[in-house]
Structures are given as structure tokens and as C-alpha cells.
Write a protein of this length. Structure first.
Lengths: 250, 460
């Protein structure tokens, strides 16, 4: 589904990704782990198409098309979703509108009928129950006055509504208490399926207790330096990232 | 005294050259009917206007706003008020508002279109009841002629004066809708309406001043409102200025609040080639509080200037100011906001913010939030921004599949919405929302948005 070959990207003139390779197949969950500054968030932002992240080499193919050639909204409509590390507050635009506009943009792209207000409300109520969110969220400004945990939950709610084929979660676990983490993980798990894939970018192993990855990759210096199964995450947790750096440099 | 005024006028060598000045002086020289107190009040206005002349950019409070184009017009004073075309009237009137309603044409009240019956509320005109103590008490009490040349002019020409008065404890009144129309004519005309509001103790009142044009014109509206609030009075004052893009609008709103009185002011400026509002609020006793909300949207080469000043004269008073500007093309927006905390006005709160969104590279915003503090136990803040749409928010919306055109329109609209959503007067918010959407290049894309419920920003 997603094929990243020798990806090099720079931010502010500094090369952060230095030749990253990653293959993500349908039905798989990949965890990308690594210390601060290893390029985890850069990878997530490059995949979503954020400006300021300049790709200077390599290829990213999604479902056979050149992902990097698509505008951010085209990527979203094609089924790529980024759950932001720091979701932005947008006063004056309410959640219900954002969700409906986003969903209908995606549906039109897929050749499906737009949902009317009634159909949308029925759908959204289900999803909000899943995320244990109160309906009053709908009429509030996007992320305005939300706590850190609420913002992350809102990201997963959007994901649940849009049902992306490729979900990239950028440190969605950071700043969550254990109850919120469970809710978020439950939301993510409910969206897994044989035609979908998830890339979890995380610093800590904790999230992987609730979302089981098929592959764990360790990112260091802008490249994947080690790949393994779930046990790799546990080892990382016990021995720290220095251990990987030492092993790589040895 | 009137004679003296005219003497002073003609002997002033500086400003006498401009057609507007000459026209105003001629108008001030015309004798107007009325009781002695009124003749005196008018004369005081004329003297003050003659002494100050029309303001130039040499004055500190007019530094950013030149009235050169206004100076070139020879405004006619009195035009017989004609009834407006019904279809045209319907196109500007906000229909959801219940009565009472007063309709003015070029500064003159149109009794035929006005409905002044309102249980619990006095609506008086100075023409009919010039001896009412309310007029004598209020006219010129807050709009000090020495400080505001246009208010002095308005007072010198005072004829169309309306008094709104609530008795002690009166609440549950319907909003009063004051519609000021300006209509095209062969020569530009000047209207000088004056509104006096006497809000009785613990009464509640909502007033909408709506300034609109029936077609393109180069008229001047020079409106002054004086608002006296007794202890515990609660007033919502909303000012919508949507006049012809070639016209001139000068306004003044002067308010005085006694103990525990509470004023909410909404000031929306979207019309006129040149628009200026002086807004001055005195918080005279403990517990008085004011909230000033403003939005100005300009395009073309138009110019808007909002000057606010809040005086904290007593301890435990509170003021907040939130003014926002959206400026496109070569337009210019000026915000000058001042909060003055007088000696001994301890434990007060004064907050000010002014945010400007520049929609083109050639638009200009001048912002000057100021605090003058002579007390030491106070909580004050002020801030101002001038900038473009938030790139982070734009990317966020696009990353959810929303196209860049809609995202941009949405964020622009949302910027204005934070002010508009605070207006809770039947039909006003909806009117403003569709006006703003209509003014955006991609506004048509917001149709869906306008049909859906908007966020309740009071929660935020």
C-alpha cells in the first residue's frame, strides 16, 4: 500500500530524513519508534504534505501513485490521514461543520453520495459514542478550549468518521492518561481491517500494549536502523534508545 | 450667543477655505426654532466647532485619518424627507426585528414609517416635546463639544433628537430598531441625527442603530448617541454601519455608567468610503462594566477608524475591548483604543485586544492599543496583531480533505464570526453572516457552512 524508498527530506535547510525505506502492506500495523530528533514527526508531516518539509530525494508511492505529487487535500481524499501531534485550534469553525465538510469531500472523491445533515448526524453520534465524547463537542469551535486529551480524542474521532485507508498517528499517545489512552487505542483498533494500514509514530512502548503492531521500526539519524516484531519495542523500553545506537555503530 | 458663534466662524482664516467647512458654517448660521435652553446649547456647539474647525491629521486623535475628501463636498443641510421606495427599504431592513422602529432619512425622522408605541419605554422626539426634562438634561452632557468637533457640529445643528427612556426596573422590552437611511440626491447632503438614551435604574434595554444607504451616494452621516445608565442598568447597544461605499460616516457614542451598570457595545463597520467612530465610556462607580466588541471590514480604497476610550473612574470596574479588522485591496483600518485607569480606581480590570487580518498585500492596519494607569492594584492587558490567515489552521483543514479555496474562505469567515456570534439580537447575526460571506471572493463556497449551526463561542 505504502512504499517509501530512500526518502530524504529537510526542514529549514537541515536534512532530517537521510534515506528512509519503509514498506507498509494492507492490513498491517507499523510502529515507528525513536528518540527525540530522530525524524519521526518529520516522516509523518512529509506523508501528509505539510509545507516547510522539503523532500530532496527518494520516492513515496501510495496505492501505485506518487504521493508526494498530491496536494494535502488530495492525499486526504485518497485515504491518507494524519493524526496531528499538536492539533490546531480554529475558533469560529465548529467541529460538526469540519467533520461533515471533510467527510463529504472524501465521499465525493470516492464517487459516493454526499450525506445530508440527518444522515451525517446519525453517523457522527455512533462515532462519538465510540470515542466517549459528549455531543456538545459538535457545536464547539475545532479544538477550542479542549484539553490535550480531548484534542487527541478529537483527532481519532475525525479518523473514525473519514475511515482512511492509511492512518498515520503522530505521537497520539503523548500527554494521555491511561483511560484516555485506552479510548484512543480502542478507536484506532476499531478501524483496523484487511484493506487498511496504520503507522504509529511514538516515543514510548506504552501505546503498543493497546495497539498491537505487526512490525516495529527504530528510527535513528533519519533512517530506519532496526526492524523487528513487538518484542523489539519491549526491548527498547527496557534498554533505552542508546542501546540501538550502540548496536548500530558497533 | 449665536451671533458670537458666527463671528468666530468667519474670522477663522485656516479652515474656511474648504467647501465642507463653508457649508457647515452656513448651516450653523441658520436660525432654528426651539426653546431658549436649546438655542444656547446649539450656540455652544457652534462656538466649539468654530474654534476647532474640521479636524486635520495634525490633531493627535485624527493622525491616521484624513478627511480631505470630505472637505471637498459642499454638503446641503436640510432636504425635505421623502418616503423611500418600498422595495428598496425592504432590501436593507432587517425584518426579524419586532417593533418599535424609528426610520430616518438623511438624518430626518420619517414619522410615517416609525412606530414609537412601546409599553414600558418612552420614545420622544424633540420636535414634539422640546420641554421634556430628558432633552434638557442629556443633550450635550456626555458628548463634550470641546473634544469632538463633529459632535460639536451635530449639537450646533441639533433638530432631529430622539430620546429613549426606561423607567426604573423595566425589563423584557423588545429591542429598539433605529434605521438611518441615506439616499442619493443631486448634491451630497449631511444628516446629523442625535440619540439620547436614559436607562433607568435596574432596567434593561437593547438598541440597534443601523446605518444603511438606498443606493450609491456621497452623503455625510454625522450621528451622535449619548447614553446615561443609572445604577444597575443593563444596555446592549449595537451599531451597524453599512452605508454606500462612496459616502462619509462619522459617529460618536458616549456612555456614562453608574454603580453596577453594564453595557455591551457591538460596533460593526463595513460601509462608507470614510468611516470614523469615537466611542467613549466612563465607568463612574464601582461594579460598572463594559464590553466593547468591534468588527470592521473594508475593501477598495476605503478607510475606517475606530477610536475607543474607557475611563475607569472608580474601583472595581471592568472593561474588555475586542476589535477585529478584515482589510482587503488598498483599504486601511485604524484602531486606537485607550483605557485610562484614574487614581484610586483600584481593583479594576481592563483588557484590550485588536486583531487585523490583511487579505491583500496592499491593505494597511494601524493599531494603537494604549493603557494609561494611575492606580497600582489593577489587572490590565492589551495586545494587537496584524497578519494573514493562520498557515497551521489552513494546513489542518486541507489535511482533512477540504480544498484550499474553501479553507481560506472558512478561516476568513471564522475570524469575523468570533465578534458576530456575540450579537444576540433577532436576525442581526444572520444578516451579518450572509453579508460577510457575500463579501468574500470564495464566499459562495460557504453556503453549506452558513446553513449549519455555528459554534457557540461563549463556551470558548
Amino acid at each position: 500500500m505504502l512504499s517509501i524508498k530512500n526518502l530524504r527530506a529537510e526542514v529549514g535547510g537541515k536534512e532530517i530524513l537521510t534515506g528512509l525505506d519503509l514498506e507498509v502492506g494492507a492490513g498491517q500495523v507499523h510502529a515507528i519508534m525513536g528518540p527525540n530528533g530522530s525524524g519521526k514527526s518529520t516522516l509523518a508531516n512529509v506523508l501528509a504534505g505539510r509545507s516547510g518539509y522539503n523532500v530532496v530525494g527518494g520516492d513515496v508511492t501510495y496505492d501505485g501513485q506518487d504521493l508526494l505529487a498530491l496536494a494535502p487535500e488530495e492525499r486526504a481524499r485518497a485515504g491518507v490521514f494524519l493524526a496531528f501531534q499538536y492539533p490546531v485550534e480554529i475558533p469560529g469553525v465548529n467541529n460538526a461543520y469540519l467533520l461533515k465538510a471533510a467527510l463529504n469531500a472524501v465521499r465525493v472523491h470516492r464517487g459516493e453520495q454526499e450525506l445530508d445533515a440527518f444522515e451525517f448526524l446519525a453517523l457522527i453520534k455512533d462515532k462519538m459514542k465510540l470515542m466517549q465524547m459528549d455531543e456538545s463537542f459538535l457545536n464547539r469551535g475545532v479544538n477550542v478550549g479542549f484539553s490535550g486529551g480531548e484534542k487527541k480524542r478529537n483527532e481519532i474521532l475525525q479518523m473514525a468518521v473519514l475511515e482512511p485507508r492509511l492512518a498515520v498517528l503522530d505521537e497520539t499517545d503523548s500527554g494521555l492518561d491511561i483511560d484516555a489512552l485506552k479510548v484512543v487505542a480502542n478507536g484506532v483498533n476499531s478501524l483496523q481491517g484487511p484493506t487498511r494500514a496504520t503507522v504509529l509514530v511514538t516515543h514510548y512502548q506504552r501505546l503498543l500494549d493497546y495497539i498491537e503492531p505487526d512490525f516495529v521500526h527504530v528510527l535513528s539519524g533519519g533512517r530506519i536502523v532496526r526492524t523487528g516484531g513487538k518484542e523489539l519495542a519491549i526491548e527498547l523500553d527496557q534498554r533505552g534508545y542508546d542501546w540501538v545506537d550502540e548496536a548500530v555503530n558497533a | 450667543m449665536n451671533e458670537t458663534a458666527i463671528e468666530t466662524c468667519t474670522s477663522d482664516p485656516g479652515a474656511a477655505a474648504s467647501p465642507a467647512d463653508a457649508a457647515f458654517r452656513a448651516a450653523l448660521a441658520v436660525g432654528r426654532p426651539g426653546p431658549a435652553w436649546l438655542t444656547e446649547r446649539r450656540a455652544a456647539g457652534a462656538v466649539a466647532f468654530a474654534a476647532a474647525g474640521l479636524p486635520t491629521t495634525r490633531r493627535e486623535d485624527w493622525k491616521y485619518t484624513s478627511i480631505r475628501n470630505l472637505q471637498r463636498r459642499s454638503f446641503r443641510d436640510v432636504v425635505p424627507a421623502s418616503l423611500p421606495d418600498e422595495a428598496r427599504l425592504a432590501s436593507v431592513l432587517i425584518p426579524e426585528l419586532p417593533l418599535p422602529r424609528l426610520v430616518f432619512m438623511n438624518g430626518r425622522l420619517l414619522p410615517g414609517l416609525s412606530h414609537v408605541e412601546s409599553p414600558g419605554l418612552d420614545i420622544l422626539t424633540m420636535r414634539e416635546t422640546p420641554a421634556d426634562a430628558g432633552f434638557v438634561d442629556l443633550l450635550g452632557r456626555l458628548a463634550t463639544v470641546g473634544d469632538y468637533p463633529f459632535a460639536a457640529l451635530n449639537q450646533g445643528l441639533a433638530e432631529e433628537v430622539v430620546l429613549l427612556r426606561t423607567a426604573r426596573g423595566t425589563t423584557g422590552l423588545a429591542p429598539v430598531y433605529l434605521l438611518f437611511l441615506s439616499s442619493p440626491s443631486a448634491e451630497p447632503v449631511a444628516g446629523h441625527p442625535r440619540i439620547l438614551i436614559d436607562a433607568g435604574e435596574a432596567s434593561a434595554l437593547t438598541v440597534l442603530e443601523h446605518y444603511a444607504s438606498l443606493g450609491a451616494n456621497e452623503n455625510l452621516t454625522n450621528a451622535v448617541t449619548e447614553l446615561c445608565m443609572a445604577p444597575g442598568a443593563n444596555v446592549t447597544h449595537c451599531r451597524l454601519q453599512d452605508e454606500s461605499y462612496t459616502s462619509f460616516h462619522i459617529g460618536g457614542l458616549f456612555a456614562h455608567l453608574q454603580r453596577d451598570a453594564s453595557l455591551v457595545s457591538h460596533n460593526i463597520q463595513s460601509g462608507a468610503a470614510l468611516a470614523r467612530l469615537d466611542l467613549r465610556v466612563s465607568l463612574a462607580a464601582p461594579g460598572a462594566e463594559v464590553e466593547l466588541n468591534g468588527l470592521y471590514t473594508m475593501n477598495g480604497r476605503r478607510h475606517v477608524d475606530n477610536h475607543t476610550r474607557v475611563d475607569h473612574l472608580a474601583p472595581h470596574t471592568r472593561s474588555t475591548q475586542d476589535y477585529r479588522g478584515m482589510l482587503d485591496d488598498k483599504s486601511r483600518g485604524v484602531f486606537s483604543g485607550k483605557a485610562v485607569v484614574h487614581p484610586d480606581a483600584q481593583k479594576i480590570e481592563a483588557h484590550q485586544s485588536n486583531n487585523n487580518l490583511l487579505l491583500s498585500d496592499t491593505a494597511e492596519a494601524d493599531t494603537k492599543p494604549e493603557l494609561e494607569i494611575y492606580a497600582d492594584d489593577v489587572k490590565c492587558s492589551h495586545g494587537a496583531t496584524v497578519g494573514q490567515l493562520d498557515a497551521e489552521a489552513l494546513f489542518y483543514l486541507r489535511s482533512r480533505g477540504i480544498g484550499p479555496e474553501v479553507a481560506r474562505a472558512l478561516l476568513t469567515f471564522a475570524f469575523a464570526e468570533t465578534v458576530i456570534s456575540r450579537i444576540d439580537i433577532g436576525g442581526v447575526r444572520e444578516r451579518l453572516e450572509s453579508d460577510i460571506a457575500g463579501s468574500l471572493p470564495e464566499g459562495g463556497l460557504l453556503r453549506d457552512y452558513l446553513r449549519s449551526p455555528r459554534p457557540d463561542l461563549k463556551d470558548a
